[in-house]
Design a protein around this ligand. Structure first.
Ligand code: ATP
Ligand code: MG
Length: 154
């Protein structure tokens, strides 16, 4: 299935914007380049939804969340950044595990299950891509997703 990432993001945006408004977080998106890739649109939608939901949830009032899309040669690069609470270095390696949540007491308030990032990783890898994270406690977090445009190439 050919997926237009730009279209997919504009489908998501109203819902994500509403969440950002509710939490009083500023949301910006920047999309440039060729946004067509081969993949599963509903699953890819889930990837960006989960990352943006986290970025908004783990960022304080008046914080900033941004999504940047670029294409580079045979791949797309999408980063989702926030200037929120950040993730302690010793926990970063575990956040993609099912049910893993940093600081259970804090996270409990937001009512999640700890599955969002496990799903992200699973879907991105099923598209032969990869996801990694840069984070500094109290400064913020960026998730980088890289996915090949053609499903058949590695
Ligand atoms: P849900 O299943 O509803 O997504 P969740 O958000 O707790 O629940 P994940 O999305 O898998 O689960 O995230 C795992 C944990 O990683 C979170 O509980 C949170 O502690 C941490 N985390 C994820 N994204 C961020 C972020 N942008 N900033 C800070 N911490 C984050
Ligand atoms: Mg989540």
């Amino acid at each position: 299935e050919q997926v237009n990432i730009q279209r997919l993001l504009s489908d998501l945006l109203p819902i994500v914007q509403q969440h950002a408004d509710q939490k009083e977080v500023h949301l910006t998106t920047e999309v440039e380049g060729n946004t067509m890739i081969e993949g599963d649109s509903s699953r890819l939608k889930q990837v960006f939804m989960n990352l943006l939901t986290n970025a908004i949830n783990y960022t304080k009032v008046d914080g900033n969340v941004s999504l940047i899309f670029k294409d580079k040669d045979d791949r797309i690069l999408v980063s989702v950044s926030d200037n929120g609470v950040g993730i302690p270095q010793e926990e970063v390696s575990r956040i993609f595990e099912r049910f893993y949540r940093v600081d259970k007491a804090r996270s409990r308030n937001s009512g999640g299950t700890g599955l969002g990032l496990a799903i992200v990783k699973h879907i991105v890898e099923a598209h032969h891509g990869n996801v990694h994270v840069d984070s500094v406690v109290d400064e913020g977090t960026t998730f980088h997703v890289e996915i090949p445009k053609q499903f058949t190439q590695s």
